[in-house]
Ligand binder design. Structure first.
Ligand code: ZN
Length: 266
């Protein structure tokens, strides 16, 4: 669940720029009461997300997160909105709270003109977030492009829980050092270079194919159920097996990890 992607060009400096942005391809997802079989068919299969930020040392994954961006345990983290309708704002508030029974962090939503640690916008393409406390210095630290009154409930849940995982300092799970995903790299490049992502090879390497070094990581076991895992379509693997294509809420692994990362609840 949380990995960091190194941006090329930042050489030997210990500071590594990293960006987490998430993008959806799909139109909409189905409401919560939809059975999983149907939901999977309708889900956005290629949800993607870029992480943005700066990291001091190696990446972290799943049950791991980089300590540099960790909030002090027990913190109340202030969140404010930049634009967005009351409807989508309420969805963000609702699903951000999914972490609170397990993480000893409280998200407090404040007025638009108040000082805040996390700043949530809706007007840029795609989904993205900075990691943890790196959010504090950003004029906007999280974005939900395309959210509106027609967005399906499952999409709200999957994306918001995922982005607030980044806001807690978590990274993408598919880059876990034990993920061992048999990528069909050409298929991955072909897909992400096209609509709606239009990523460069470098961006694909950084956001999709990167594998975290164990150095500097604290991590739990690889969790293919993690909400922080990209969906990996069968066409993207050499064994033609899909991975994590229906992760729409916190996994047991997510819960176990965040309980240890921010202990004191649950
Ligand atoms: Zn992400």
């Amino acid at each position: 669940m949380k990995n960091i992607f190194l941006k090329s060009g930042l050489s030997l400096a210990l500071i590594i720029t990293m960006t987490v942005s998430c993008k959806k391809n799909a139109e909409k997802t189905l409401p919560d009461n939809t059975d999983l079989k149907t939901e999977k068919t309708e889900m956005n299969e290629n949800f993607s997300c870029k992480m943005l930020g700066v990291i001091a040392s190696g990446p972290t994954t799943e049950a791991n997160a980089t300590t540099r961006w960790k909030w002090p345990n027990g913190s109340t983290v202030k969140v404010r909105f930049i634009g967005g309708s009351v409807f989508v704002r309420n969805k963000v508030k609702q699903y951000a709270k999914s972490w609170e029974p397990y993480a000893n962090i409280t998200f407090s939503f404040v007025a638009d003109n108040a000082a805040a640690d996390i700043k949530v916008g809706f007007d840029e393409p795609g989904y993205w977030s900075y990691l943890g406390t790196d959010s504090k210095s950003r004029s906007k630290s999280m974005n939900y492009g395309g959210f509106d009154n027609n967005t399906f409930e499952t999409e709200f849940r999957r994306v918001i829980v995922h982005e607030f995982g980044h806001a807690l300092g978590l990274e993408h799970e598919q880059a876990h050092p034990d993920a061992n995903i048999p990528w069909n790299t050409q298929a991955v490049y072909n897909y992400y270079m096209g609509a709606p992502n239009y990523w460069t090879k470098e961006e694909i390497d950084y956001n999709v194919l990167a594998v975290n070094s164990r150095t500097g990581l604290s991590y739990s076991a690889y969790d293919s159920k993690s909400i922080m895992h990209y969906p990996v379509d069968a066409r993207f693997t050499t064994n033609n097996k899909a991975i994590a294509t229906n992760n729409t809420t916190l996994s047991q692994g997510d819960i176990a990890f965040i309980k240890t990362y921010y202990p004191g609840r649950g």
